[in-house]
Design a protein around this ligand. Structure first.
Ligand SMILES: Nc1ncnc2c1ncn2[C@@H]1O[C@H](COP(=O)(O)OP(=O)(O)OP(=O)(O)O)[C@@H](O)[C@H]1O
Length: 725
């Protein structure tokens, strides 16, 4: 420890210790009792190796007449006494006194060595790991509640090595000391921040809190500034915060929905034989529907190839475009949903098939996530701050999606593209639970990934004709409510989980190329590194804070990982034999990383490996010098609405703009928020030091911007978009 930090530490210790006269008197009593004890026993005196820094503090604070070395001797004698002397044969009072002294000695020792912990919840693995390292537990109020009401005397009467009475009596003695390791829930208040305990919570602003869906969206918007091939990069299904009531985001989603429909039609044409799609006599759909889809995709390719910041603007469609879109939606839905035929001959259709394949290949090489789409234009709607599959639905109609999100404004829905073409195992959908650990030291943030993981299967076979959660949501909290379908492939596990070894076996079985797992795992790491880096600007870098996350990935048909979500309180219960093995191991390894590595950098870390390390002290070193500043003006997100005259045509246009909502059934639905489209895009002004360009909603600020968002402004923006759980 550097001199500066050690003196800071002492000051903190003194600040905590001085006002607590109760502790001082406790120590004075203890000293006196120990002297008597020492006189009584004729044990040889050992030199203790306990931390002299804490001894200094205690002997100094307590005003002890003893030199701290002699106090050490007494403590070590008492410890030896405890090990060798049996209390059998002592009178009950003497036995109690001896026990009390022994426990007090342990308590003081634990305090000196910063080895007092509190674990909220049933994390017994964590408890055991700490006790094994010589830590003493300060019990939370509700634990062994009945025993906690007993007096110290009666507890001492029943206390035996390792029983609950002993745990409670020690906890009572320790009650006035702070905990130096706290395992708590996310919502709980952070206790004892002044002693910088190891705490299993890393706090960040809700805009970038990747353990919520809205926060993950925020990180996905930021990650492009950190992207580096082979090191850091997110791959996720595209999304929109429809619950945020933002006109821009809503308009962007509608445009994406239309584009996706165009690609759906091309994919449909590509995947069907020309002869099966045409009927010159009774065909209900004209060729101009295909032309429209081809043109739309062509425009997308052009835009992707020559992307400029101007393309970040959301351009509202003109009335003609709206009507064309509307008519395309109706016609293409006939083909995609009802199998209607085109009124063209087979030869022309074959040419259309060729073009469709060519355009699709081109756009998919530019946007990899388009490969996960199918022909259904399906979207998954998730409440922004909920978990365990609550409130999740899958929808394909634009009307339904917009209706659902506006009917559930309070749940802040995000809409995400549904992965229609995932990698399946025996025709069944699955996802992969991967652990990530984040640790923060005085200077560094380290991202650790776990080399083991497990798979979670759906209880039913995958089909796109039925959108129920039992088929499409693979998380355990949903699947445990369903029985496995009887006609499922018998090679699937009954408990719907596979270990990593079983999955590796399967990869060999299906002939996946060598190194496929290594590639997948690397992809996991890159995703997680990107998410953490994207959130770092808004993360509270509190030394000794750490957090264990459960991260869910799916795979596409080419074994590319797709990040679905990150849980800050992953389920670590041994629900199946797979989790019964991996969860306690991951917890044990987590404690190794958190407690052992700071003491010895070469300590074993189990299956956790360093994926990335950031030296955040670099910013501190810049103290005194002027921080890098970036100035600019914000780019307009939404082009100003055209001034409209009050003709029938403009009334129609106004209606369109107010409702920016189109329908596959050419019916317009009234927008509750009628005036929203007339509200100009908000310009948020602020300064930022050492910050990258930021984004507003899903739109970028231009590079020549004069002003960028500071964290306060960003926070406000997040609040505007979202609300706490
Ligand atoms: N974009 C998507 N495409 C396909 N499937 C998805 C998509 N998003 C989520 N899923 C499926 O839905 C399940 C639940 O999604 P998600 O994990 O986001 O919800 P959750 O409510 O946070 O669940 P939990 O808290 O239990 O992890 C996932 O395990 C996955 O199987």
């Amino acid at each position: 420890m550097s001199q500066a930090s050690s003196s800071a530490f002492n000051t903190q210790r003194n600040r905590y210790y001085n006002p607590v006269s109760r502790i001082q008197s406790l120590i004075q009593n203890l000293d006196a009792e120990l002297i008597t004890l020492c006189k009584q026993c004729s044990m040889p005196k050992n030199i203790s190796n306990s931390n002299s820094q804490y001894d200094d503090i205690i002997s100094h604070q307590a005003g002890s007449p003893l030199k701290h070395t002699s106090l050490n001797n007494i403590l070590s004698q008492a410890r030896a006494n405890q090990a060798t002397n049996s209390s059998v044969g002592l009178a009950p009072d003497a036995h109690k006194r001896q026990l009390r002294n022994t426990y007090r000695t342990r308590v003081i020792d634990a305090y000196r060595n910063r080895r007092i912990f509190t674990v909220y919840g049933n994390y017994h693995t964590v408890r055991r790991a700490l006790v094994r390292r010589g830590w003493l537990e300060k019990l939370p109020a509700g634990r062994h509640a009945k025993l906690q009401n007993m007096s110290e005397d009666s507890l001492l009467e029943h206390a035996r090595r390792g029983n609950d009475y002993e745990a409670v009596v020690i906890s009572k003695m320790i009650n006035n000391f702070p905990s130096f390791f706290i395992w708590q829930s996310k919502a709980q208040r952070d206790l004892f921040p002044e002693v910088k305990p190891f705490r299993n919570r890393v706090r960040r602003s809700q805009f970038l809190d990747f353990s919520t869906k809205v926060g993950l969206v925020g990180c996905a918007e930021q990650e492009r500034w950190f992207r580096e091939d082979g090191v850091c990069g997110m791959s996720y299904p595209r999304f929109y915060r429809l619950g945020a009531n933002s006109m821009e985001e809503r308009a962007a989603f509608i445009e994406d929905y239309h584009q996706t429909q165009a690609r759906c039609l091309l994919r449909y044409i590509k995947e069907h034989r020309p002869a099966d799609m045409v009927d010159m006599e009774a065909g209900a759909v004209l060729s101009n529907t295909i032309d429209f889809a081809l043109n739309k995709v062509k425009a997308m390719i052009r835009q992707k190839e020559h992307y400029s910041l101007d393309d970040a603007r959301i351009k509202l469609p003109t009335p003609t475009e709206m009507i064309e879109n509307q008519s395309f939606m109706v016609q293409s839905s006939k083909v995609l949903h009802h199998g209607s035929k085109f009124k063209i001959n087979e030869k022309v259709m074959a040419e259309y098939s060729r073009l469709a394949a060519q355009y699709l290949d081109q756009i998919e090489s530019l946007r990899l996530d388009y490969r996960w789409d199918g022909c259904r234009n399906l979207w998954i709607l998730k409440p922004g701050y909920q978990s365990r599959g609550i409130g999740i639905v899958i929808r394909s109609s634009l009307d339904d999606i917009l209706q659902w999100t506006s009917n559930n404004q309070n749940r802040k829905y995000i809409v995400q593209k549904y992965i229609e073409r995932p990698f399946l195992i025996y025709r069944t959908k699955f996802d992969i639970r991967q652990y990530m650990l984040l640790t923060i030291s005085d200077t560094q943030v380290t991202i650790w990934t776990y080399r083991d993981c497990y798979l979670r299967f759906s209880s039913q076979e995958f089909t796109m004709d039925d959108l129920r959660e039992s088929i499409h949501l693979t998380n355990n909290s949903v699947q445990k409510r369903y029985k496995n379908k009887v006609n499922r492939d018998s090679r699937l596990p009954k408990n719907n989980m596979w270990s990593l070894d079983q999955f590796k076996c399967h990869l060999r079985h299906v002939g996946a190329p060598d190194g496929t797992w290594a590639k997948i795992y690397n992809g996991f790491k890159q995703n997680l590194v990107a998410v953490v880096l994207a959130s770092l600007d808004e993360t509270e870098l509190v030394p000794n804070a750490f957090e264990l996350y459960g991260c869910d990935f799916m795979l596409d048909e080419h074994f590319n990982p797709i990040l679905i979500e990150i849980n800050s309180t992953p389920d670590l219960s041994p629900s199946t034999e797979v989790t019964a093995r991996i969860c306690p191991l991951a917890l044990k390894d987590c404690i190794r990383v958190v407690l052992d590595v700071p003491r010895s950098p070469l300590a074993a870390t189990g299956l956790f490996e360093r994926a990335f390390q950031v030296n955040y002290n670099v910013h501190k070193e810049m103290d005194g010098t002027r921080p890098l500043e970036l100035n600019g003006t914000q780019m307009k997100l939404l082009d100003a609405l055209p001034k409209l005259r009050n003709s029938p045509r403009t009334r129609l246009l106004r209606k369109f703009l107010n409702n920016v909502r189109t329908s596959t059934s050419s019916k317009f639905v009234k927008d509750k928020n009628k005036n929203a489209s007339n509200t100009p895009a908000k310009v948020i002004v602020g300064k930022v030091g050492t910050k990258k360009l930021t984004q507003v909603g899903s739109r970028m600020l231009s590079a020549n911007a004069k002003t960028t968002l500071n964290s306060k402004a960003r926070e406000n923006l997040a609040l505007q978009y979202t609300a706490p759980k």
